[in-house]
Write a protein that binds this ligand. Structure first.
Ligand code: 6GU
Length: 227
């Protein structure tokens, strides 16, 4: 198996969720990549299985404690060996982009830590975490959806997962351009025609049109990508 993701979470039932469907889901069923979850609470040390505590210095909210997370990671690394990356998903992480998905798709094994409440004790970040990733400038109630987004973006570009091998290379963002518009049949629908160049059967002309449209779309919608 080329890629293994393990997720440390308080909500393992959120997985595989959407990752069990569609292209990535089929590849998961076929064993082309792997996904497993570990319940952080199983590594709590008291009889109430406590995983959070009040913030040092006071203030609102709760913080995920060191011990359950450290015990979980230690145990997993003992069983599994070192991970290529230990990722903490957090709104204060580095913004996730296509190139990060590309890089991560080449790894053999990653562990993703999903936080809740006000976050996790900084010492877990200092001691274990190799990458901190945010999926955008908004706050989710926990890291699980962010982890699913990241894994979906990775899963679909793992070699052998897409049936059309070249398809991932023509996605939006792969060359810092948005994808051009696409059409299928019929040639006319409610008065709107498929651009005639797409019906010429001339691949050079089609490519040139797509390139031009991609550039045009990027200029109007995402000029920041062209800088
Ligand atoms: Cl990675 N986690 C949470 N909780 N919220 C987010 C996020 C991550 N990325 C953007 N918002």
């Amino acid at each position: 198996m080329s890629f293994q993701a393990q997720i440390l979470t308080l909500y393992p039932d959120m997985f595989p969720g959407p990752l069990g469907q569609s292209i990535a889901g089929r590849a998961l069923d076929e064993g082309k990549w792997g996904l497993s979850t570990v319940q952080i609470r199983d590594f709590a040390t008291d009889k109430h299985r406590t995983v959070d505590d009040t913030p040092a210095g006071g203030g609102a909210g709760m913080v995920m404690m060191c011990e359950p997370l450290a015990n979980a990671i230690d145990e997993l690394q003992k069983e599994h060996g070192q991970y290529d990356e230990i990722i903490f998903v957090t709104p204060d992480g580095k913004r996730f982009e296509q190139k990060d998905a590309n890089t991560l798709s080449l790894k053999k094994s990653i562990l993703i830590i999903c936080g809740h409440y006000k976050g996790i004790d900084q010492r877990i970040r200092d001691l274990y975490v190799t990458k901190e990733i945010s999926i955008g400038d908004y706050v989710l109630s926990g890291g699980e959806l962010a982890a699913a987004v990241i894994i979906d973006a990775i899963g679909r570009i793992i070699p052998g997962v897409l049936n059309d091998e070249t398809s991932a290379l023509t996605d939006s963002f792969q060359d810092n351009l948005l994808a051009p518009p696409v059409y299928s049949r019929p040639a006319e629908f409610r008065g709107l025609e498929v651009p005639p160049v797409l019906l010429t059967g001339d691949p050079k002309k089609v490519d040139a049109w797509r390139q031009e449209q991609a550039l045009e779309r990027t200029k109007t919608r995402r000029p920041d990508l062209l800088k």
